[in-house]
Design a binder for this molecule. Structure first.
Ligand SMILES: Nc1nc2c(ncn2[C@@H]2O[C@H](COP(=O)(O)OP(=O)(O)OP(=O)(O)O)[C@@H](O)[C@H]2O)c(=O)[nH]1
Ligand SMILES: [Mg+2]
Length: 267
């Protein structure tokens, strides 16, 4: 008689510490990049828990007026100011400034657990991925359908995920997560343009269309620890639709220059 092991038995156990040495002996350094705008009430525990995983802790601040930068300095983070155009522009500043081989992006509002950083980084260190996206659909979320606003956000993000899956022939579950890790040279090569949170879908689509390897890992999404959400669907839905359409159908990946992966055929 053969006995089946449960499916989870085969899954790789979640690492507790960041693995920095790849199978080829290469040592990877890690930059943790935290975009902040008036997150004084939330930032400290995020930085305290992220610091042990980081060789470089970089806070990209959106001209906060509540003491966010002072808290970041006190935690030993390097602090830079963004150019005042939004979270996407802050992510682009972080990519330009960070020095680590792997860049990890995590929100400052307590929505993500820094203890998931080792799991995000591992597929890159093992040489299996160029870009690893956290997924709340795999890891669970505390803010899916509690309010009409959350339901509308979920519906919109599902439409975006479906559009990406259908056109790119992939099976992703979350294309809007702010918790992700990328090889630095890939992040630079994506030549990101979005100024607001549409940068998350831009990163996913460009990664796929450039032929880089994208992997999702389960990460839980928590409700922001303190304060109100800055995200208002009514203000941004047109930009979301435009950028989805643009990066899926109008944007052309640059011609292969002999470096990096060869671009896949255009859809
Ligand atoms: N540097 C910078 N950071 C920003 C800006 N806007 C938002 N952020 C940060 O980006 C992260 C995510 O932004 P949120 O506005 O919380 O967006 P969200 O996580 O989608 O929404 P909620 O969790 O519902 O509040 C947080 O750490 C914010 O402080 C900005 O203009 N500049
Ligand atoms: Mg959040």
């Amino acid at each position: 008689m053969t006995t089946q092991l449960p499916q989870w038995y085969h899954q790789v156990a979640r690492p507790r510490e960041v693995q920095r040495i790849g199978p080829d002996g290469k040592h990877y350094t890690i930059s943790v990049i935290v975009p902040t705008r008036n997150e004084a009430a939330n930032l400290l525990p995020v930085l305290v828990r992220a610091a042990p995983h980081a060789d470089e802790l970089l806070v990209v601040d959106g001209h906060s007026t509540d003491g966010t930068r002072e808290i970041a300095h006190a935690c030993g983070a390097r602090v830079i100011l963004d150019d005042g155009r939004g979270k996407g522009a802050a992510i682009r500043c972080g990519i330009r400034e960070a020095q680590g081989d792997i860049l990890v992006f995590i929100d400052a509002d307590g929505s993500h657990n820094p203890d998931d950083i080792p799991a995000l980084v591992q597929p890159i260190v093992e040489g299996r991925a160029d870009h690893v996206s956290g997924s709340r659909m795999l890891g669970g979320s505390d803010e899916l359908h509690a309010t009409i606003h959350q339901f509308v956000r979920l519906f919109g993000s599902q439409v975006i995920t479906l559009s990406i899956n259908d056109t790119q022939n992939v099976r992703l579950t979350d294309c809007q997560n702010g918790f992700r890790a990328l090889r630095r040279e890939v992040a630079l090569d994506l030549d990101l343009q979005e100024d607001i949170t549409t940068i998350e879908q831009e990163m996913i689509i460009k990664t796929l269309r450039r032929g880089y390897r994208l992997v999702e890992v389960a990460t839980h999404e928590y409700v922001r620890a303190n304060g109100e959400s800055n995200f208002r669907v009514i203000d941004v839905w047109q930009r979301y639709l435009y950028s989805l359409f643009y990066y899926l159908f109008l944007w052309r990946p640059p011609r292969y220059n002999g470096r990096g992966p060869s671009p896949r055929p255009l859809p």
